[in-house]
Design a protein around this ligand. Structure first.
Ligand SMILES: C[S@@+](CC[C@H](N)C(=O)[O-])C[C@H]1O[C@@H](n2cnc3c(N)ncnc32)[C@H](O)[C@@H]1O
Length: 303
């Protein structure tokens, strides 16, 4: 890299990332380069931008080359940085867990609103986050909802290790419990018919499509976190029949992140799971993400 200033280095890096299809466009390339440079120079991205005209020190350049080469080898930027910002906080991430995506923040926003309502009318302030991964959803909810107890479940020990690190980072031992389990098969007695909120961002990509995702997702992030079976809906079908073991009959709210075009299918599956639990009217809402895709299914009753 023949760059003399920080700005030149960032521009060359951004162009290379775009050429190698590791960035969507030049802005995304610049963002990645700025974050990587901030990491090696132990500063903030804002400072890197402010220092654009400064000369690069040989030491910084050498360190930068090492991390940039990792990026060129398709290592996800979140793993290289060791963190990913989610809902305004930096969560620790690394190999073994899915890197939280911004669209999941929609689900968190709605969950926070519903929980504030439920807090005033239910005696059961338990939330289950199925497929908790790095703990992105569980950690965020626990930070804002001190009256609730949040139960994060994941089938992957590797993912749970990251969730535990985040639990420690944000000092949430008192209101989060993380456990290994296959969906709701191993839930504790404390949750049986005593859960008012269930949230999940389960794997929903059809297997064939998952196999064609960019290498940095397909090969580097855990396949168990993205593969939803033949039509992407396997996990929803299995979970739907387990809902009656945890949800309270009087009131409840379930929120699911879904893939583009899946929401009506998932609605039918989850409705079938909830109808036998309650005699209350089910309220169904479809919520869109920032790209206008119907991303979050909400079904609630009694609230
Ligand atoms: C799409 S990731 C979501 C991770 C995190 N909740 C987030 O939003 O960033 C799906 C998660 O579900 C977990 N998972 C897959 N199959 C599961 C199962 N049968 N039971 C529990 N968790 C499962 C994966 O290990 C992965 O962590």
């Amino acid at each position: 890299m023949k760059a003399r200033t920080v700005g030149e280095l960032l521009r060359i890096s951004a162009n290379t990332l775009v050429e190698r299809q590791l960035a969507w466009d030049i802005d995304d390339g610049l963002l990645q380069a700025e974050l990587l440079y901030a990491k090696v120079s132990a500063t903030s991205r804002t400072q890197v931008i402010a220092d654009k005209d400064s000369a690069i020190s040989p030491a910084s350049l050498n360190e930068y080359r090492l991390v940039f080469d990792r990026r060129l080898a398709s290592e996800p930027i979140g793993y290289i940085l060791g963190e990913k910002e989610f809902f305004g906080i930096p969560l620790m991430v690394g190999p073994g867990t899915l890197i939280p995506r911004p669209e999941t923040e929609v689900l968190v926003e709605i969950a926070l609103e519903r929980c504030k309502t439920i807090e005033n009318i239910s005696e059961y302030l338990n939330i289950i986050d199925v497929g908790t991964g790095s703990g992105a959803i569980a950690i965020t909810l626990a930070r804002y909802l001190s009256n609730f107890r949040v139960y994060g479940i994941d089938v992957s020990e590797d993912a749970l290790r990251w969730a535990k690190k985040n639990e420690e980072l944000f000092n949430l031992h008192d209101n989060i419990e993380l456990n290994r389990g296959d969906l709701l098969s191993d839930i504790s007695v404390a949750l049986e018919h005593k859960t008012s909120v269930l949230v999940a961002n389960l794997p929903y990509i059809p297997t064939e499509e998952a196999n064609t995702l960019p290498e940095e997702i397909r090969e580097q992030e855990p396949f168990v976190a993205i593969d939803g079976g033949e039509d992407g809906l396997d996990l929803f079908r299995r979970l739907a029949v387990q809902l009656s073991s945890v949800l309270t009959p009087d009131l409840g709210c379930v929120l699911f992140e879904v893939g583009a075009g899946q929401i009506s299918w998932v609605e039918d599956i989850i409705r079938d799971g909830i109808e036998p639990i309650t005699d209350k009217v089910l309220k169904v809402s479809h919520h869109r993400d920032l790209t206008n895709t119907r991303r979050v299914l909400e079904i609630s009753y009694g609230i």
